[in-house]
Design a protein around this ligand. Structure first.
Ligand SMILES: [Zn+2]
Ligand SMILES: [Zn+2]
Ligand SMILES: [Zn+2]
Length: 89
């Protein structure tokens, strides 16, 4: 992993990947999403800020789970919401 940019990202030893390629909140309400992000605290997968419901950022705020990884094929990066820190790995 490259040099991390915040304490939350530095604390991640192995990146959690999506168990299912779907936003579990959107599935529940019957909505659509654009891209998927996997929470690095609890491993749940939610939709990105380009999606109508922005479940990943809502989850980060409401659960205080700061870091997500992209769940998109071929994308290998982490993002920390409170620090707006981004790294590729
Ligand atoms: Zn951070
Ligand atoms: Zn969603
Ligand atoms: Zn979480």
């Amino acid at each position: 992993m490259e040099a991390a940019t915040c304490v939350h990202i530095e604390g991640i030893k192995s990146v959690k990947t999506a168990k299912k390629r779907e936003c579990e909140e959107c599935v529940r309400i019957g909505s659509d999403w654009v891209h998927l992000r996997t929470c690095q605290t609890c491993g749940k997968t939610h939709c990105c800020d380009s999606s109508p419901n922005k479940h990943a950022s809502k989850h980060a705020l409401s659960s205080s789970h700061p870091v997500v990884a992209s769940a998109e094929p071929g994308e290998r990066w982490l993002y920390c919401y409170p620090d707006e820190a981004y790294i590729e790995y």
